[in-house]
Structures are given as C-alpha cells and as structure tokens.
Write a protein that binds this ligand. Structure first.
Ligand code: MG
Length: 380
C-alpha cells in the first residue's frame, strides 16, 4: 500500500484525488489530509479514509474539529501543523493540491525527505522553480505533474530523450472569452468569468483560465519541470480540451496525449506512475467529437499571457511578483473591487515597481511574495 499525504483535500484536486483513491481499494492508504477552513467537508473524509492526522487552518477550527471527531485522528493546526505533517509523518506520496503559494514550505519539507511529489499546485514551481527543481535533484525526490497539460507532456516524454525534444506545445482552451473582443473585458461579471466551457475547477484557477494567466503560469511551470529552453515552449488554443498538450521531436514527429477533460486521469497517472491501472472512467468517443480545432493565442487581447512570458524571461523573483500580484488581483476581482480588465494592469504595475532579486532563496521568495501582496492590496 502506498501511503499518501494530501495537502488541500477539500479543493477540486483534493476531492478528485480521493475519488481516484476510492477507486483502488488496497492500493493506497491516507496518512494525512490538510485543509484550510472547510472542516465540514473534511469530517466525512476522516471517517471514510482514516488518516493518522489532519491539519486545519487555526486553533479555533482545530478545537471544533477535535470536539466533532473525538480522538479519531490527530488534529494539527496552522503553518506549523503543515510543516510537522510534511516533515514527520510516514508517507510515500505527497499530493500538492492546495491553491496558491501557501503550500511551498510543506512541499519543500517533503522534497527534503526524498518523497514522490505529485504537484497540482503550479504556483509552487512558478515562484520557486529554481529552488524546487534543485532540491528535488539533491534529495532524489521525484516530481510528477498533475496539471493536465504537464501530465500530458510528461507522458509524451516517457521513453524519449530530452535532447531530442524540439518543442513543447501547451494547449489552452481559451476559456469563456476566447471569442470576445478586448473591450468586453471592462464589463465582464464574476459569474461570466467563472463559467468555464470545459473544466470544473476552483474559483482562482477558473478566473486565471478566463484571463489566460493560467496558461502563462503553465509556461513557467513547464520550463522548470522539463528543463527546456524558454523559446521552445509554445501555446496553441484548442477549444475542445481533448489534446492536453504535445511534444514535438527533432525529426518533426509530434506526440499528443488525449483524454476527456477530467482531472481524475492525470491524478491517477501521477499516483500509479510508472504503472497504468484499469478504471471505469468515461472514454472519449472521437467520432462523436468529430473535429479538433487549433488557433494561435492573441497576446494583445490576453495580456496576462504576455506578462508571464516576460516574467519568465526576466527570471529571479519576477515570476513570484507575477504570481503574488495575480493572486491578489484575482481576489479583488472576485470580491467585485476591480474590473476583469484591471487584472493585468495591477500585475504590470507590481512588476514595474517591485525589485527583482536574482537566484532567490526561500527567505527572499517569501519576502518578495509578502511585499507584492501588500503593494497590490493597497492599489486602488
Ligand atoms: Mg492545466
């Protein structure tokens, strides 16, 4: 039995990870589950999966949960609880399924212990790609992507030589505003932006998909995961989200990975790698789909994509600034404080004003993240 720790078990990826695990009784056991505040969702997970420990956001929630589950498992709290779970508990696979930057520190603890790191949380690689990939090498920790595009690339690379890759082609659905004009972005409602055509995901990533910042972050993620030159990472719009990404080799051949837009597939692959296990998830009916379309992305319309390419090029803490500014801007949009069209403006402003530090260590990354958040929070 493989022992699994899930960071963020009540989010979209966490719930899907448990759906996969439920499908393979006898293959996995849960060591720990961590959540932010949703103890109502965590409680039934505790009874079903019997973790040794859980982590919740703070002492108050911890006390409430302890009262409800009366000693069923250990309850840890806060940042210290996350660190303790990642650095002390007995597990084989670490699933990084939390939203945003908050999971970096526990992820680093798991890496230092040479665990299998399955990562859905792209922000970890965006802000600390250099550090994370170096520590993985030093500690012999295997990094397996869960993000569907990166899982696709990872699968296409299997059995291939890295030096025979000509380029990576990331596919993007284009989100709900693919066919809208840029001027439309001034009056987009939160509800419209949250209405993704193909994927059901959490709010933050759904807004990132609408602005195409999600694809921008994924370019940076791919750069660190696959150690490929920046100019060899392309993006193509593919509205059906059936091809999850492609790899083109030096002989001109392209391998593509296809599947229904369902996160259970990349999650299962990451958990069972290098094996494939049979499942009864829905299959693609290619004849029913009929047509697959591809377009070039419009970086004038989707400014966030351009900003991400720029941050990757600039290096240092620029991707950290990009990510932190985006997290705050998206939160402001979701709360109705700014227009959708202002998201890239706030990020541009932060990238211009906040100093870029080269080859940042953990401390510098945390400081940069904090400085950027405070700066963007204060912007009107
Ligand atoms: Mg993705």
């Amino acid at each position: 039995m493989k022992k699994v720790l899930i960071l963020g078990s009540t989010g979209s990826i966490g719930i899907n990870t448990l759906n996969v695990i439920r499908n393979f009784p006898g293959e996995f056991e849960i060591t720990a589950l961590t959540v932010n505040t949703r103890i109502d969702l965590l409680e039934p997970q505790i009874y079903e999966f019997n973790p040794k420990a859980v982590v919740v956001k703070d002492e108050k929630l911890g006390q409430e949960l302890k009262r409800r589950i009366s000693g069923k498992c250990e309850v840890l709290v806060g940042h210290e609880g996350l660190i303790e779970a990642a650095s002390k508990l007995d597990y084989d696979i670490f699933v990084g399924a939390m939203v945003g930057f908050s999971g970096l520190a526990p992820t680093l603890e798991a890496i230092k212990r040479g665990k299998i790191i399955t990562l859905a949380n792209k922000e970890t690689l965006v802000v600390a790609g250099e550090l994370v990939t170096r520590l993985c090498k030093e500690n012999n920790a295997k990094l397996i992507p869960i993000d569907s595009e990166h899982s696709a690339i990872f699968q296409c690379m299997e059995g291939e030589k890295r030096n025979q890759v000509e380029k990576i082609i990331l596919t993007a659905s284009g989100g709900p505003f693919l066919n809208k004009s840029k001027s439309y972005f001034d009056n987009v409602s939160v509800k419209e932006a949250l209405n993704h055509p193909n994927w059901k995901m959490g709010n933050k990533i759904t807004i990132d998909s609408a602005s195409m910042m999600n694809k921008g972050l994924e370019i940076i993620e791919a750069y660190w995961l696959f150690g490929i030159e920046k100019k060899k990472i392309d993006v193509v719009i593919h509205p059906q989200s059936i091809i999850h990404s492609m790899v083109q080799f030096i002989d001109g051949s392209i391998k593509a990975q296809m599947g229904l837009p369902d996160m259970k597939l990349p999650i299962q692959y990451a958990l069972t790698y290098p094996e494939r296990l049979p499942n009864d998830f829905s299959r693609i009916d290619l004849a029913q789909i009929g047509t697959l379309n591809f377009f070039s992305p419009d970086t004038e319309k989707f400014e966030c994509l351009k900003l991400a390419y720029g941050a990757l090029e600039a290096g240092g803490t620029a991707p950290c600034i990009l990510n932190a500014a985006n997290e705050v801007a998206v939160d402001k949009f979701l709360k109705g404080k700014i227009k959708f069209s202002q998201i890239p403006h706030l990020i541009t402003n932060a990238l211009e004003k906040i100093e870029n530090h080269k080859s940042p260590d953990v401390k510098t990354i945390f400081e940069c993240d904090k400085e950027t958040r405070e700066y963007v929070l204060a912007l009107g």
